[in-house]
Design a protein around this ligand. Structure first.
Ligand SMILES: O=C(O)CCC(=O)C(=O)O
Length: 312
């Protein structure tokens, strides 16, 4: 079984997540895991993965990375042995919990890179109405709005709107969709119920795939801001590889309409499925260069043949 969190979620916290699309849960992550993963994050920033090199903005010292659990054993252990899956099970009120993926967002002091306002569901190769899919945002440094604390529009998960997937590096492929631009929330801050809690290591933000959120540049000249987004779901999420969704560099074998499952989206609770975890248990699983080439060629072809839509 994974390690226990320092405490259970309260009913009030679960209700706040359902009502607002986000809840800040104080002091739930054990210090030993925070320390271990903070060291792992520092290592990965120095030695990014293939995906990390693609999404980071070197000139601005912004480091991102994804699917680290596939290639790094600390991140793999985080999936299977940290309290994250147990917290997700409580939040989603589900006995079955699958790991979706992990993502790193590191902004050193003075890093000029904001994370544009967005919601996550349009980034992901899943049905747009997927509900039981959550993120756990885990900071490794004390953080406030000035040091790029994550900020949310409370209640926006109920909006029934779909926004373009705009990444911190404004990747043209990801935002090449028919969806509308996210509203200019910063220009009308008084019109929204904004939520950006100050946080300490051990606190986590739990949020819905549809809630609108973003973060500013890191305006602090002294404090870095390292955070891991750990994403989890139940067994109901349907795969749908729409255009302009996050490329998957491992051969997952899923077709549109399948439930998320298999070695890329493994079950963790109530227990791992041996066949799903067998390959990763042998050691780090780097993407197969031939498969990566296939994925990248498909993207290049789609971009070359794309018909600009009315938003472009
Ligand atoms: O940490 C950030 O700036 C962005 C995090 C985020 O957007 C996410 O985890 O979905």
């Amino acid at each position: 079984m994974p390690d226990a969190p320092t405490r259970n979620l309260t009913e009030d916290e679960i209700e706040a997540y359902q009502r607002d699309g986000v809840v800040c849960v104080r002091g739930i992550f054990p210090e030993a895991w925070i320390q271990r993963m903070a060291a792992a994050v520092d290592r990965v920033v120095e030695q990014p993965s293939l995906l990390g090199r693609a999404v980071s903005i070197k000139d601005e010292a912004f480091s991102g990375d994804l699917f680290l659990w596939k290639v790094d054993d600390d991140f793999r252990d985080f999936v299977y042995a940290s309290p994250a899956s147990l917290i997700a099970a409580q939040l989603l009120r589900s006995k079955v919990v699958r790991h979706f993926y992990d993502q790193l967002f590191v902004k050193p002091a003075g890093c000029h890179v904001p994370t544009p306002w967005h919601h996550d569901v349009t980034f992901w190769p899943v049905d747009l109405d997927s509900r039981n899919l959550c993120s756990m945002w885990i900071p490794f440094d004390p953080v406030d709005r000035a040091s790029s604390g994550l900020e949310f529009v409370r209640g926006s998960h109920h909006w029934q709107r779909r926004f373009k997937a705009v990444t911190p590096n404004y990747d043209p492929y990801m935002s090449d969709s028919e969806f509308e631009d996210a509203p200019d929330i910063d220009a009308h801050r008084d019109d929204y119920d904004l939520f950006c809690p100050d946080m300490e290591p051990g606190d986590v933000l739990l949020f819905d795939a549809h809630v609108v959120h973003g973060s500013s540049a890191n305006y602090s000249t002294e404090r870095r801001r390292r955070a891991l987004a750990s994403r989890w779901c139940d067994d109901t999420i349907v795969f749908n590889a729409r255009h302009a969704t996050m490329p998957l560099l491992w051969d997952h074998g899923l077709k549109d309409g399948d439930r998320l499952s298999g070695a890329l989206f493994p079950r963790v609770l109530p227990s791992p499925i041996p066949t799903e975890g067998a390959r990763r248990a042998e050691g780090p699983e780097l993407p197969d260069p031939a498969y990566v080439q296939k994925v990248m060629s498909a993207i290049a072809e789609r971009m070359a043949n794309r018909v600009p839509n009315h938003h472009a």
